[in-house]
Structures are given as structure tokens and as C-alpha cells.
Design a protein. Structure first.
Length: 243
């Protein structure tokens, strides 16, 4: 980030790029500000595809920095905002940043923009990445970091004039893949329940995260699991509409 205005970062899920990149950008901005005492540093804007991710990552980064939400680290999502005049790192959905481009075409409040989960290639993400190309030509002081979980980052790099690609080492903990084949005509919720039963038999310590396509599937699976005998286990459904 010191030597290039645009950087593409590639790293597996769990490598820590989501929480560490904003802190690195903040450190760099503070270093740059020391050489310009009269200049007010701009914010670091970090986008996430979903509201829950934006709020939870903001909470995590604030905790790691020993700060409270809405202070040095804040967030803005639809219907909720914790941002103050002291906020230097702002997490938001890509939709919020897209709306901000309508009010401020050059996004002057930001010194650095971090687009996380760029590999999802949503309409918002693709539009922003295309839009930033023009903004960078007009704002020579703006930095852009594109973060992706896949190695197919060459397109991002080429689009921004062969921007450097930084590969982050894998997860900081061991991961073992195991597969439980789906039985004939087995519904998703029953397959999930069977997988949870199998996991609890192999090792009943710790927690289990089950990722499902949407709210309906989450509620159906939670209801089915609540009806099974899982000792010392609490079933907690989590989806975007939960407050």
C-alpha cells in the first residue's frame, strides 16, 4: 500500500485479511499524516456484502483496537448507523457506499477504500470497481484495496493497470475436509441434522457452524434440530433480519 495506490489481496477465508487490512491502512494514513501536520486525514471505508458482516466485523476490529463502536471504528448499514466525527475506520455494505457516490462523486471523505469479498462479483461490487477507475484518475491521493478469497484476481489487477497482487498465507489454524454423502431423496434439513449427529458423535466439544442458503432453510433446520436429543446443546438460528 505504500508503493502502489491499488493493491489486490488474495487470501483464503479465515486468513485474517478482513480484520487486519483496515488496521494496516490506518497505520499507513497516520504515518503519512505526520509529514503533513496541517492536513486532516480522511477515513478508511471498508465494504462488506451483507449487513451482518459489516456490523460484526466493525465490532471485532473495535474490540481488537481497544475501542468502542462508533468511536474510532464505526459502521453504517441500512436502518442502523454508529459513526461519529471521530470515526476513522468505517465499515458499511457496498450498497451504502454506492449511495454515497450520488452525493459525493469523488468520495472525498475517504483516503482509502477497501472492497472486501470482491470475488462475490455482485452488481454493486462490479459497479463500484468500475466507478473507482474514474475516481482514481481524478483523485491522486486515494488508495484502493481489493480483497478476494479466490486466486482469480488477475482480472482485478489487469483492470487497474496490472496492480500488484499480494497473496496472504492460508488459515492460522488446521482445517480438515470431510464429506457426508447425501442419501437418495434426502431433504436438506434432514441431511444437516444427520451431519450434526455425526459431528457430535465424533467430538462433542466446541461449537458447530452450519451455513445454509437463506432464512427459510435456517429456520427449518433449527426447528428440526430443536426436536432432537442433543445434550448440552443450544440451537441458535442467525440470519440478516435478526436484530
Amino acid at each position: 500500500m505504500r508503493s502502489s495506490r491499488v493493491v489486490v489481496v488474495v487470501g483464503e477465508t479465515g486468513s485474517g485479511k478482513t480484520t487486519q487490512l483496515p488496521k494496516m491502512a490506518l497505520e499507513l494514513i497516520r504515518e503519512s499524516a505526520k509529514g503533513h501536520p496541517g492536513r486532516r486525514a480522511g477515513r478508511i471505508g471498508c465494504t462488506q456484502p451483507r449487513r451482518l458482516a459489516a456490523t460484526s466485523v466493525a465490532r471485532r476490529v473495535a474490540e481488537e483496537m481497544g475501542e468502542r463502536e462508533g468511536g474510532l471504528v464505526g459502521y453504517q448499514v441500512r436502518f442502523a448507523e454508529k459513526v461519529s466525527e471521530h470515526t476513522e475506520v468505517k465499515f458499511m455494505t457496498d450498497g451504502i457506499l454506492l449511495a454515497e457516490t450520488q452525493r459525493d462523486r469523488l468520495l472525498r471523505q475517504y483516503d482509502t477504500l477497501i472492497i472486501d469479498e470482491a470475488h462475490e462479483r455482485s452488481l454493486n461490487i462490479d459497479f463500484l470497481l468500475g466507478y473507482f477507475h474514474g475516481v482514481l484518475e481524478k483523485r491522486k491521493d486515494l488508495r484502493l484495496v481489493i480483497s478476494s478469497a479466490t486466486l482469480d484476481a488477475g482480472r482485478f489487477s489487469e483492470f487497474y493497470g496490472n496492480a500488484p497482487v499480494v497473496e496472504v498465507e492460508g488459515r492460522t489454524y488446521p482445517v480438515e475436509d470431510r464429506f457426508l454423502p447425501v442419501e437418495q431423496d434426502e431433504e436438506l434439513r434432514h441431511h444437516v441434522a444427520r451431519a450434526v449427529d455425526w459431528i457430535s458423535q465424533v467430538d462433542d466439544r466446541g461449537d458447530v457452524l452450519v451455513f445454509l442458503p437463506g432464512e427459510r432453510e435456517i429456520r427449518e433446520c433449527a426447528k428440526l434440530l430443536e426436536g432432537r436429543f442433543l445434550p448440552d446443546t443450544e440451537i441458535l438460528p442467525v440470519y440478516a433480519r435478526l436484530s
